[in-house]
Design a protein around this ligand. Structure first.
Ligand code: SD4
Length: 324
């Protein structure tokens, strides 16, 4: 089987071959660039399938909000994805608890956290935004709301997830490991033909976490932030450290001050590194786009990648990183 690293290398070459030339390209390093509109970007390898779905909306002149919801739903519904939705690895009690949020071009947002039994938390988050006076619903309250809205209650723990959990129980050591399957949230950002921005973020969080643990992904300003005048950002990686720095909000504010998306992501990563001091086992990646269609990313460690879909096609791009 190809390792993630090999896959990323191949994909990065593919990107250059596809003619998506980065603005600040240096050898072996494809950090950011400018794209025509519409465009959609999303985190990690599974961004490719998610982008393909989002593109159906965007290429038909649809709204960025619909694109970012439909796009990440594909990954949520896939039982083979162990970090998002149906296939998500459980917490240390064997319960699959999901976090998600969504934000539109008007700055409206909705979020669910620690939601069990619902395959598509992103759609529940959208309903929270559109049907309630609130921004965030958690736990049983979120589940009751979802059921009242017609979502189906299902058992999410797959055979594979249960097996992995039983294996983990043998040692019960909580050790988040960077860049592997317990760490792959999908965050998605899109600009539609009208130049409007939206974003979504959805995850099962860290595998084998404490029951009730909520990461950055459903927290507006941490896992996701959208300002239709400036740009949008999302985060992946160890949520606790992203929450401490209001990561995605920080990236958007830095773009407001004139940084490119990549510069803003880099500065936010540097802020995290400065605060955390020891980042040996800590991965965080930021992804951003601005109103002009520039995109960029930055991570602490090598291995973070994202998928970009525009008129030229859909490709994986390797992120630049702080650890050289
Ligand atoms: C969390 N940020 O729950 C998420 C996990 C993640 O890629 O992003 N994984 O902390």
């Amino acid at each position: 089987m190809k390792s993630r690293r090999d896959f990323i290398k191949t994909a990065a070459l593919g990107t250059v071959a596809a003619g998506i030339l980065p603005k600040f390209s240096m050898a072996g390093n494809i950090p950011g660039g400018m794209s025509s509109k519409p465009l959609v970007i999303s985190t990690w390898d599974h961004g490719l399938v998610a982008n393909a779905e989002a593109w159906k909306v965007l290429s038909n002149g649809g709204r960025a909000l619909d694109a970012v919801e439909n796009g990440v739903m594909i990954v949520e519904s896939d039982p083979s994805q162990t970090s998002v939705g149906r296939g998500g690895l459980p917490d240390r009690d064997g319960r699959v608890t999901l976090d998600a949020c969504i934000m539109n071009e008007f700055g409206d947002c909705g979020s669910v956290a620690c939601l069990e039994h619902i395959v598509n938390p992103i759609s529940v988050a959208r309903r929270v935004m559109e049907k309630t006076p609130h921004v965030m619903l958690v736990g049983d309250g979120a589940l009751e709301f979802a059921i009242a809205q017609g979502f189906k209650k299902e058992k999410l723990l797959t055979e594979n997830s249960e097996k992995a959990w039983r294996e983990w129980l043998k040692e019960s050591q909580y050790k988040p490991i960077i860049n592997i399957e317990n760490h792959d949230t999908i965050g998605m950002l899109a600009i539609d033909v009208n130049g409007n921005l939206s974003g979504s973020c959805t995850t099962s969080g860290l595998a084998f976490k404490m029951h009730g643990r909520v990461g950055d992904s459903p927290i507006i300003g941490a896992g996701l932030y959208v300002d239709n005048e400036i740009g949008a950002a999302c985060a992946t990686g160890l949520g606790e450290t992203v929450i401490r720095q209001c990561g995605s909000f920080l990236v958007v504010e830095l773009m407001r001050q004139g940084r490119t998306p990549e510069e803003a992501c880099k500065e936010a990563v540097e802020r995290i590194v400065k605060h955390e001091k020891d980042v040996k086992d800590l991965q965080v990646g930021f992804l951003a786009i601005n109103k002009q269609g520039e995109y960029g990313s930055y991570a602490i460690h090598p291995g973070f990648n994202f998928a970009l879909h525009n008129k030229e096609g859909n490709s994986l791009i390797s992120s630049d990183h702080w650890q050289k």
